[in-house]
Design a protein around this ligand. Structure first.
Ligand code: GLA
Length: 430
């Protein structure tokens, strides 16, 4: 992070460039008609049939992660009911790495005295455990990466009992891409793809089902080639921060990527910041709702032992989690916006539909006047549903005035949507 501090900025720019320039504008068609049919390996289907859920150390603890903190996070995942709500992975991010010995074996640093014992502890809670590395010689925080030791490292992760690997590009850029292919962007991207394919092969050779998470900030339209390289998820942007503007900027970059997500292979708009920084409750709710609409991996990144009840209530809202984890695996999309208000839908299994109305503006006056246009969603007549944040039954009517606080969300599940017959409209389930 320190070493490659400027990376995320470049990545943001590049990711939005590729998203805008290389993916087609979303046509006004029923989303299911646009679905790509990526080649997905059978392993991918097994380990991430729905978007991975769990907790990762980076967003709150960063370099302060250690064995004790990981054990505490595992304990808390169970004690808070998050495990019961579906959170499974406890992922160690950067800064666990020590030095390599004469045989090339990478050792842990003093913060992690016994990785195998730690993995056993996490498994004893009926949870799974994840680890982090880089295809370069150094990780983003400047610790040892896997360059030249890919098979050896993959073997070690499997022996320790790891179930998940986040593989972060970082120093592979100067180490290999810029060195071997200076000024040749296309050749650099081929080198990057080959590095990800190499680790995929090494992981597969272990015989252990290990979720493979690509972290290269969305470069080179990773959503197009990630699934065939064994990726279960791939970052679509630079780093998230616990600020509404950053979260909203990331959301805006997801447009057009919905056709690339599906069972076994997911777009990753980065880990959750729910409960971090100075996000308001409305912002935490909207962030979590939008990640659910995006079928995004739900990796909490907060201080679990000191989690406030209202944050726990957001992270364990089972109705919202059910949207994220819907078996159909179809990512939602922004259907229209009106001023600073956005309307998203996501198709769900059994013909159901999730509708999210987000006030991206700073105050409730952004929703003055806002009237919900159900026809633009391909719906006709009153829609009976459930407001997933109040738990109340609601009826959405066309042209209904809605008022939302700044950065707040209305998230409604409609189990039996009434659909227009017109084929020209943005549609839902036919
Ligand atoms: C990069 C990644 C982050 C985190 C840090 C660790 O910035 O994008 O998610 O893993 O590296 O150094």
């Amino acid at each position: 992070m320190r070493v490659f501090a400027s990376l995320s900025l470049v990545a943001v720019a590049l990711a939005s460039f590729t998203a805008q320039s290389q993916t087609p504008a979303a046509p006004k068609l029923a989303p299911q008609a646009q679905l790509a049919t990526p080649q997905v390996s059978p392993k991918a289907q097994v380990v991430s049939q729905t978007p991975p859920m769990g907790w990762n150390s980076w967003n709150y603890f960063a370099e302060r992660v250690d064995d004790k903190g990981i054990r505490a996070a595992a304990d808390q995942l169970v004690a808070t009911g998050m495990k019961d709500a579906g959170y499974v992975y406890i992922n160690i991010d950067d800064t666990w790495e020590g030095e390599r010995d004469a045989n090339g074996v990478l050792h842990t640093n003093a913060k992690f005295p016994d990785m195998k014992a730690l993995a056993d502890y996490v498994h004893s809670k009926d949870l799974k455990i994840g680890i982090y590395s880089s295809p370069g010689s150094k990780t983003c925080a400047g610790y040892a990466g896997s360059l030249g030791h890919e098979e050896q490292d993959a073997h070690m992760y499997a022996e320790w009992g790891f179930d998940y690997l986040k593989y972060d590009l970082c120093s592979f850029i100067p180490d290999v891409m810029e060195k071997q292919a200076p000024h040749d962007r296309a050749a650099q991207m081929r080198l990057m793809q080959a590095a990800y394919a190499k680790m995929d092969k090494a992981l597969k050779a272990t015989g252990r089902p290990i979720v493979y998470s690509l972290c290269q900030y969305g470069w080179d339209a990773v959503w197009e080639w990630g699934p065939s390289e064994g990726a279960n998820l791939w970052r679509t942007t630079g780093d998230i921060t616990p600020e509404w503007d950053r979260i909203y900027a990331i959301v805006s970059q997801q447009e057009g990527l919905e056709e690339y997500a599906g069972p076994g292979h997911w777009n990753d708009p980065d880990m959750l910041e729910v409960g971090n920084g100075k996000l308001t409750l409305a912002e935490n709710r909207a962030h979590f709702s939008l990640w659910a609409m995006l079928a995004a991996p739900l990796l909490a990144g907060n201080d679990l032992p000191n989690m406030k009840p209202e944050i726990k209530a957001i992270l364990t809202n089972r109705d919202v989690i059910a949207i994220d984890q819907d078996q159909l695996g179809r990512q939602g999309a922004r259907i229209y916006s009106d001023g600073e208000v956005e309307v998203w839908t996501r198709q769900l299994s059994g013909g159901a539909l999730a509708i999210a109305v987000v006030n991206a503006g700073d105050t409730r006056y952004s929703t003055h006047p806002f009237h919900l246009n159900l026809r633009k969603l391909g719906l006709t007549g009153t829609q009976a549903g459930k407001d997933l944040w109040t738990g109340k039954t609601v009826e959405l009517t066309d042209n209904e005035p809605l008022e939302l606080a700044g950065h707040d969300v209305l998230l409604v599940r409609v189990d039996a949507p009434k659909i227009t017959t017109s084929t020209n409209e943005v549609s839902v389930n036919k």
